[in-house]
Structure formats: C-alpha cells, structure tokens
Design a protein around this ligand. Sequence first.
Ligand code: IPE
Length: 253
Amino acid sequence: LRGSQGLDSVVVKLGGSVITHKNVPRSYRPVVVKRLAGAMASAGVPVVVVHGGGSFGHPLAKRYGLSSRPTKSPRGVGETRNAMLELDLKVCASLASAGLHPYTLSPFPPAAGDRELIQGLLGDGATPVTFGDVVHDREGFRVLSGDTICAELSRLLGASRCVMAMDVDGALDAEGEVIPELDEEGAQKVRPSGASDVTGGISFKLKEAVRMASGGTEVRLVSGLRPAEFSKALRGLDFHGTRIRLSARAQRG
Ligand code: IPE
C-alpha cells in the first residue's frame, strides 16, 4: 500500500539539462529552477528532490574519465564533486527562494538511504535534496546517476510518483512527438535522441523508470521548461508528457 511506510511522497528529478545550460560550463538557470521550485512549494505533496549534474558535473567527469564504470584512479574526483556541491548550493538557494526548506543529504549511503531520516525531514516540513555524484566502493570511483538515486529513493519511500523533469517533453518517437504512455516493452523500443553523456541518456533513464514502475511508483517524464505541465505531473493530474506504467500483473507489489 502506498504510504503504508509513513507519509506519501513524490520523488522529483531535476535533470541537469533543465537546471543548467548543457553546453556552457557551469551555467546555472536560476529562473527555470525557481519556477519549478514554486510548483513544488504549492503542489500540496511532500517532495524529495534529486538533481543532475548538467554542465557542472558532466564536463569534468568526462575530462577525467569518470563514468558509471568504476575506476581506481582518484584523479578529478574531488574537482567533480566540488562542482556538484557548487551546483547543489545554487539549487538549494532557488528552492529556498520559493519558500521551501531544502536539506541536502549526501547521495552516498547511509544518508540518502535512510528512510527514517528522510521521512522525519518531510514530516517536519523540510525538503530533502540529493544529487548525482561520484561514489566509491571496493571497485573504485564511479558516477552514480541521479536517475538511479530516484529509483532507490522511490523504492525506499514507497513513493506513489516520480516526476522527472527533462529538457524535452518526455520520451519521443521517431517523428519527435511525445509518447503519452509506455509500458516495459514500449520503453525498450524508444530510440536515443541527442548526444549521450557519462550516465547514458534516455535509454538509461527509461531503464530506471521501468524499475520504479515495477515497484509500484508511477513515473512521469515532463519538460522542466514547462512549469505548468510540471506542476500537473506533480499533482497527479493529466499532463503533457510520458507516463511509464506497467500492467498490474507486471508489478511486484
Ligand atoms: C551526474 O548525474 C552527476 C555527475 C556527472 C557527477 P546525472 O546523470 O543525474 O545528471 P544529468 O541529469 O544527466 O545532468
């Protein structure tokens, strides 16, 4: 049952291509983020925010050969993480300017993996925030995508929805038209569009989306550049974008 583990919440991914200008290093988009923050502040549902790296994280990760494949070299790890922290400060300032009370958690366990902590923060009116980052384990350093964090958080919190804000209207077909609804099979057929980045683009996003959907979280892909549609997606209303839903049979529970 949704919410049986406590407060129901919506996980929101603010894509790096929405919150930054992808092709201009370290270019933050304060106006765009403030609008989305306004939508979150007035949505009437508790929100957990995960943001991407955009032109803060990706160019550095690329320069130092950091990707989803682990490397033993610590070169560039500090610099990449610092850029993510810099971006996080900006995102939090935008969230605060819309009246939210952001509380940044390290994406690295245990913080972002601590259900009680996250639900406690939500219960007391704060907005937990975390982001794609460079993490370390026995195999070395690797980039942990914000999309993967969304999937983990959705499962951890039993979130009813995950809204992923992108720089396009959702998953697009070969004609560039938005696909309103996808199931598992449909998601596998979507062809990548645009340049891929260190964490894999739309195919990877859809893989994580299917994983969330199979856990009972409805995933909504929407343009972060259309705050009205983002707001509807957040509230569970009809919106312009892509919904990923599996048949009840395909869901685990
Ligand atoms: C990437 O996170 C983080 C780093 C590059 C360190 P994401 O993969 O979630 O970022 P976007 O949304 O694609 O920019």
